[in-house]
Design a protein around this ligand. Structure first.
Ligand code: SF4
Length: 384
């Protein structure tokens, strides 16, 4: 496999040798694993929103509306650690923003303590970053981290300039954006060379669906261990962007599978295709995805095995679907209790299907809202 995120290699950012390597056979973020282990959905994954600050304003940003120019005081880290201690089946933690490394205060007082806590318990971690800032801050984090997750939707600096600053409300020069683009690629390469598992996520959308092969090639050149591919769903900043058809998405995935590097893990997520669907072409694609070596389709953690905690308000969200407001608050409640309440909610129960033969535990709310408004998935089953 490309990338050098192999345990025990002696590289500075390689994970400890006693941790199971992340691989197509071991993806602890996939809710199908906990569903199989416990016979029902269980909270195994906690995501923290650690900042609303960001140096970019990407046109597709799923949390764009919540980005700010100044930040309130975060809740005490001790409260977060206590709430994590209480989660009975905790396996993974994700840290997201904004750009989580935007402020060194966040790096030192939030990210590093949370990552050290996770490592001490053998809990696997992911940081969602644009890696466009100085390498020094990523170098501080990398020894404690399992997955550096970056967004990569570009074939050249001009794409990055056009997409990454679309919503700044001020002019960002092409030269400055070009320097950031080079630094992002250089940072990703250096982290991967140091043994860190770098996973680049690309969106299939109206801009990228014809360019996925070239984007994939650059992801490989950066030394990433994994290329993660999701369709773009129209929420927040993306809500006004043109939408592509399911057929265009299917073609983009087929093309990628034809052209992909066989030595790099490809992870697809939130695809709007299901084994219970009527379209034989879509079912054929699912069969191909299941049969290809080094390719996985991850069930969506949101609302399945994961909650999101806002580090400032303490609010707990069960999904990023706008129609579901915060479901509880860490100041007053255990996370397992909030999660149990969500499991009983009609909105969750309506999508709570599971077809073991297809390794599928149903669509998420964004996908159903966009493509399957009138479909009752609890009455369907996989055609395998
Ligand atoms: S689990 Fe749900 S969405 Fe997946 S194939 Fe079965 S019925 Fe369809």
């Amino acid at each position: 496999m490309i990338g050098s995120a192999q345990a025990g290699t002696g590289a500075p950012f390689a994970p400890p040798a006693d941790l199971a390597p992340l691989s197509p056979a071991y993806d602890p973020w996939d809710p199908i694993r906990s569903l199989q282990a416990y016979g029902k959905h269980a909270l195994t994954s906690v995501e923290f929103t650690v900042t609303h600050l960001c140096n970019m304003r990407c046109e597709h940003c799923a949390v764009g509306d919540s980005l700010t120019m100044a930040e309130a005081e975060a809740l005490p880290i001790e409260l977060m650690l206590r709430r994590l201690d209480e989660v009975e089946h905790l396996e993974t933690i994700s840290l997201t923003g904004g750009e989580p490394t935007f402020s060194m205060n966040t790096v030192n007082r939030v990210l590093i303590p949370l990552l050290k806590y996770a490592r001490s318990r053998g809990i696997r971690t992911q940081l969602n970053s644009n890696v466009t800032l100085d390498y020094g801050r990523y170098e501080l984090i990398a020894p404690h981290l399992d997955v550096m997750h970056i967004s990569f939707n570009y074939t050249e600096a001009e794409d990055f300039h056009r997409i990454g600053f679309a919503r700044t409300g001020r002019e960002v020069g092409a030269v400055a954006a070009g320097r950031m683009y080079e630094r992002m690629m250089d940072n990703a390469r250096r982290l991967a060379d140091g043994g860190l598992f770098v996973s680049a996520e690309s969106m299939i959308n109206y801009r990228t669906h014809g360019k996925m092969k070239e984007i994939h090639r650059l992801v490989g050149e950066m030394g990433c261990s994994r290329h993660e591919v999701h369709p773009m769903y129209p929420s927040s900043f993306a809500s006004g962007l043109p939408v592509i058809t399911k057929r265009q998405m299917l073609e983009a995935v087929e093309e990628l599978l034809d052209a992909r590097r066989r030595d790099m893990w490809m992870l697809f997520g939130t695809l709007p295709f299901y084994a219970c669907g009527d379209d034989p072409l879509e079912r054929r694609l699912l069969g191909r995805l299941a049969a290809e070596p080094n390719v996985t389709v991850r069930n969506d953690p949101d609302g399945r095995n994961r909650v999101n905690v806002n580090l400032f308000s303490g609010d707990v969200y069960v999904t990023d679907f706008a129609a579901v407001p915060p479901f509880g608050n860490v100041k007053t409640e255990r996370l397992d209790d909030v999660f149990d309440r969500w499991q009983a909610h009609p909105m969750q129960r309506g999508l709570n299907c599971h077809c073991p033969a297809a390794g599928c535990c149903g669509p998420n709310l964004l996908v159903t809202d966009m493509y399957y408004k009138d479909v009752d998935f609890t009455r369907r089953s996989a055609i395998v």
